[in-house]
Design a protein. Structure first.
Length: 195
């Protein structure tokens, strides 16, 4: 079987979408993340499925990758990483509460939420975002497709305008590594390709 045309089409669509990303929103996200770091606020992050893996990857890249080289570290807290807690909330209360429940009593004034949902309509992510918004805290939304309800709730939107979950999730990881690379340069004095 020859898949070369499909491979080329996928790569070409990814290139096209990358060329249409809102650079000003990425810049705004970088600034909010750094402001939160300097205020020693927590950056809560969450998502489902592939977006859960992206959330966990963000925490790793910022809490270890960047923070290893700076005096005031990032304080990412991935809400989907404690499996026992997530399962207990899902079983006893409901899956739609797995993120909001963890924020109750923990969210402080300088904290923000990075909410990841390809569709922008994942109910558990929306419930967390609504809670954060009601407390007066800020939200960075990583979304795809039309942006869904999360687009309206977010203060900053890193939107991947494509009808493909795979390319949406690919580019959400690009956001992580792009922002990590910028911080490596400006906060750590390191080029992204060096250790």
């Amino acid at each position: 079987m020859n898949y070369t045309n499909d491979i080329k089409n996928y790569i070409e669509l990814e290139r096209e979408i990358l060329s249409h990303l809102d650079v000003e929103q990425i810049n705004a996200a970088l600034n909010l993340l750094d402001e939160t770091r300097l205020k020693k606020g927590r950056i809560y992050i969450c998502g489902n499925g592939g977006s859960a893996a992206t959330a966990s990857h963000f925490q790793n890249d910022f809490n270890k990758g960047v923070s290893e080289y700076i005096e005031v570290p990032f304080r990412f807290c991935c809400l989907n990483d404690n499996v026992a807690t997530v399962m207990a909330i899902a079983n006893d209360i409901g899956y739609e509460e797995v993120f909001r429940f963890q924020l109750r009593g923990n969210l402080e004034p300088n904290d923000i939420l990075v909410a990841i949902s390809g569709s922008g309509n994942s109910q558990n992510v929306l419930n967390a975002a609504k809670y954060v918004k009601a407390q007066g805290n800020k939200i960075i939304g990583l979304i795809g497709y039309s942006g869904g309800k999360l687009k309206e709730l977010s203060d900053i939107t890193l939107h991947v305008p494509v009808q493909s979950m795979q390319i949406t999730e690919d580019i959400h990881m690009v956001f992580d590594h792009l922002m990590m690379s910028v911080f490596y340069k400006y906060l750590c004095g390191k080029e992204h390709f060096k250790e």
